[in-house]
Design a protein around this ligand. Structure first.
Ligand code: SF4
Ligand code: SF4
Length: 385
């Protein structure tokens, strides 16, 4: 496949439907199979999973809902080496073998070094992770090698300069909010990928769902311009319109999303100047109203010694701030999360583990202070024993 010439759409398996929202491993297989079937019927075939998604169980779920039900040539499968988790070269081998077994396949169409950034780069160099994936490609166990990248453009350039010959593509976070944000700098990263002629896969085109549920004022602007287009379709078209992008991923968990999003790509049209102007205005409105730019990826929660439900608290905080700071059901949700055996924002011991894991480079400890101010000043806050 000539990656540069295609515009494609992939099913992200990071937020699959579950039966119990408090347990990410309770897969709703009936629903997942329906979504996968529909996606394939609409003419798409790329599925993106990872070793760590859904409490390290997503690869097995993909096997059950996809690999065991379709011939191998009917789909393309991507998964990722967990750079935070592997210890040494031997471990790379062990995890890779486990992943083939988890997924029930002999090879991966696409394989990525997962969540590359400063915190893991030295470890990858020392343990020859770039050579490892290239060797697996030479052995025929991987068709195309890449990395998902969540750091600053300078590091991307350094890696592509040094290891570009081992990598076929890069996966970047691209959406119209992060395009020029200082903590992500998507635009610069895309320019660097283009400079090194690395085709780009887009992750987080809707910024963890933020761009499917925008403030009313922003939605009105989009609806006035295109009454029939969904809010999400603007985000997908923005991501796919960028130079060098050949694939856009979306983590879908309803049929409505699958049909709407596949429709956007079946009739894909790049944005024109008038549409870019609408997006610029929409981004301005959203930026004014988003207090914490969290994508709900959950990377921060695994190592938290206090089991603080960081992304859920940020979502509640954003929701309150979007409605001009007025209190509503958000306080009840906050209390329920705490009662469900999670630490309160004020339980944070400031160890900083979460910030090392956050691909968005958020000052989580500082934001938790704001969450605490908002939610724990109320007399109804339960006290944990
Ligand atoms: S800094 Fe606070 S929220 Fe972050 S991992 Fe440590 S205890 Fe958890
Ligand atoms: S705080 Fe960072 S790591 Fe945690 S869910 Fe949000 S974006 Fe992900």
């Amino acid at each position: 496949m000539d990656m540069m010439k295609e515009k494609n759409f992939g099913f992200g398996c990071m937020r699959l439907p579950v039966l119990d929202a408090s347990d990410q491993t309770t897969f709703d297989y009936e629903e997942i199979e329906k979504l996968f079937d529909c996606f394939l019927e609409q003419g798409f075939s790329y599925f993106d999973t990872a070793y760590t998604y859904h409490g390290y169980q997503a690869e097995k779920a993909v096997k059950k809902a996809l690999v065991d039900r379709y011939p191998r040539e009917r789909f393309q499968l991507a998964t990722k080496m967990p750079l935070r988790d592997f210890k040494d070269e031997e471990d790379l081998e062990k995890i890779f073998a486990e992943q083939l077994e988890n997924c029930g396949v002999d090879y991966f169409d696409f394989y990525l070094l997962h969540n590359m950034g400063h915190n893991v780069y030295d470890k990858c160099c020392k343990n020859h992770a770039f050579d490892f994936v290239k060797n697996k490609k030479d052995e025929g166990k991987i068709k195309a090698v890449g990395m998902s990248f969540h750091d600053m453009p300078e590091l991307l350039e350094e890696i592509l300069e040094k290891y570009g010959d081992r990598l076929d593509f890069v996966q970047l976070q691209i959406n119209y909010i992060d395009w020029e944000q200082a903590n992500v700098q998507s635009k610069r990263c895309v320019e660097i990928a283009n400079k090194y002629q690395k085709p780009v896969i887009v992750m987080e085109p809707c910024k963890g769902g933020t761009l499917t549920n925008v403030p009313e004022e922003a939605e009105n602007l989009m609806k006035e311009y295109h009454p029939d287009a969904s809010v999400a379709s603007w985000a997908f078209r923005f991501a796919a319109s960028q130079k060098g992008v050949f694939m856009v991923l979306s983590g879908m968990n309803t049929m409505e999303q699958v049909l709407d999003n596949t429709g956007t790509f079946q009739n894909f049209k790049p944005l024109d100047e008038g549409e870019y102007e609408v997006i610029r205005k929409v981004a301005e409105i959203i930026n004014k109203k988003t207090a914490v730019p969290c994508t709900a990826c959950e990377y921060c929660t695994h190592g938290c010694p206090k089991k603080i439900a960081i992304p859920q608290y940020f979502a509640l905080y954003n929701s309150i701030m979007r409605t001009s700071g007025s209190f509503s059901s958000q306080q009840v949700y906050y209390n329920n999360i705490v009662l469900n055996d999670h630490g309160k924002a004020s339980d944070c011991i400031k160890c900083g583990k979460c910030e090392q894991a956050c691909p968005q480079h958020l000052s989580i400890r500082e934001y938790l202070g704001k969450v605490e101010e908002k939610f724990e000043g109320q007399s109804i806050i339960p006290v944990r024993k």
